[in-house]
Design a binder for this molecule. Structure first.
Ligand code: 5AD
Ligand code: SF4
Length: 440
């Protein structure tokens, strides 16, 4: 049995929603009197907020548990309480307890119960909660008090799409939208706590709905919050991209010109096997409409190579789609069979060497397009939201409207928005020069 922890450390893996959940768990533990420490090996309680979407993530959790225990013992003579949170906890809770003898398992819809679970574990009781109560967690989390200039806000969780490769519908549950009022209150609290930009999060964020009001209505209301300069949202599904949201990209100045719209494959045959419910053509036509509304929009996507049955021709269709779209940035992954998903049992699983080779070709194409996008923005003048200090004296780092990292020399402080001429495209960022207002 372990005594009640006084200090804690939260480590999040995977998507931005996990980063958000990790921040909220930290706020919750702090509100319950625990002190945060940056050093995982010194903490009495370590929360590993896990991701289950691809295979290596799970293995990494086990090696992390081992490493944290070893370092805690070696450096502090400690045997910390370990809590596994997130999607691995939801999917494999009992198995992790058996395999790694951890103290607490808490699923992504149950982490508001973390303080109670810590109490149970301290009393030597089993502490496992993977219930999926609809939305009760948000009402039970403390108000947000201190955040950086760019903050996340979860508005929607879960997914009903059941893409045949994906575990999310099983680990995060069905699509649920948070009610409007709670979101606006949290957004106000974030702005009061220092946020100038809010990114609305959801597994299918553009499916957000409250009594017939869609994401664009929510964006319009958030746009009225004084002090909130920028609004973003991620991740969207092509089938939920409604006219109102596309129009918002033309009409709402605070809505940044960036859209993350995963396509996964450029082959309609593979998209069908993935149960994506859009085709190559319907996706491309959708992007035409988005670009008509906001011509400078930066597009981002997700890709999977080596889905079962993917032929060389299917893969070349993905490359040609990439060439046609010209993504500003994108994420690409090798297909990884997830136990319990339909694709894991499909015939024609692709050999690892073929996946490696296709991933390399795809990433070369995506890198080429990212460089081209960045080069194309050289010479533009834009607002940059300053987010942190750079490495050089006087240098600050911020984000352009198109989500590029921009470094510049400026006296501006973190949280300021400055007007910048983009002067150079470096491999992973842009260089800029601040426009200094000339007094009349
Ligand atoms: N294998 C590989 N990539 C996957 N993704 C989801 N499930 C899998 C899987 N089983 C990718 C998709 C999704 C992103 C978040 O992760 O591209 O959009
Ligand atoms: Fe997974 Fe598909 Fe839902 Fe995205 S839309 S979370 S890939 S099932």
């Amino acid at each position: 049995m372990k005594s009640a922890p006084k200090t804690f450390h939260v480590k999040s893996f995977g998507c931005q929603m996990n980063v958000y959940d990790g921040e909220r768990m930290a706020e919750l533990m702090a509100a319950n009197g625990l002190t945060h420490t940056d050093d995982a090996s010194a903490a009495d309680l370590v929360v590993l907020n896990t991701c289950h979407i691809r295979e290596r993530a799970t293995e990494k959790v086990y090696s992390d548990i081992g490493r944290i225990r070893k370092e805690a013992r070696r450096d502090h003579g400690n045997d910390p309480m370990i809590a596994i949170a997130g999607c691995v906890a939801q999917a494999e809770g009992a198995e992790i307890v058996a395999r790694a003898k951890i103290d607490i398992v808490v699923g992504p819809q149950a982490y508001h119960n973390l303080p109670a679970l810590v109490g149970q574990a301290a009393r030597g009781e089993a502490a496992l909660d993977t219930d999926m109560p609809v939305l009760s967690k948000f009402g039970q989390l403390p108000a947000r008090r201190k955040v950086g200039p760019s903050a996340f806000l979860t508005v929607q969780e879960g997914c009903d799409k059941f893409c045949t490769y994906c575990v999310v519908p099983y680990t995060r549950g069905a699509e649920v939208s948070r009610p409007f009022a709670g979101i606006v209150d949290e957004a106000r609290a974030l702005v009061d706590a220092g946020a100038r930009e809010i990114t609305l999060l959801g597994q299918n964020v553009n499916a957000w709905d409250d009594g017939g009001r869609g994401l664009h209505d929510l964006i319009a209301d958030l746009d009225r919050i004084p002090g909130l300069a920028r609004i973003r949202y991620t991740t969207s599904h092509p089938n939920d991209m409604r006219d109102g949201l596309i129009r918002a990209h033309a009409e709402v100045e605070a809505l940044m010109p960036f859209l993350h719209l995963p396509v996964q494959s450029g082959s309609s045959r593979i998209l069908k096997a993935m149960n994506r419910s859009h085709t190559r053509d319907s996706y491309l036509r959708l992007l035409d409409r988005v670009r008509a509304a906001r011509p400078d929009i930066a597009l981002s996507g997700d890709f999977i190579v080596g889905f079962p049955g993917e032929t060389e021709q299917d893969f070349e269709d993905t490359l040609s789609l990439v060439a046609e779209v010209g993504y500003a940035q994108a994420y690409s992954f090798k297909y990884s069979p997830r136990p319990g998903t339909p694709a894991a049992d499909m015939p024609d699983q692709i050999a690892p060497e073929i996946m490696d080779e296709r991933l390399q070709r795809l990433q070369a194409a995506l890198n080429r397009d990212q460089q081209a996008f960045n080069a194309h923005t050289v010479g533009r003048t834009c607002d940059v939201l300053i987010e942190r200090r750079g490495k050089l004296p006087g240098q600050m780092l911020g984000k352009s409207p198109w989500l590029q990292s921009v470094h510049l020399l400026t006296d501006a402080a973190i949280g300021d928005i400055v007007t910048v001429d983009l002067t150079r495209a470096d491999p992973n960022s842009m260089a800029g020069v601040e426009r200094v207002a000339v007094a009349a």
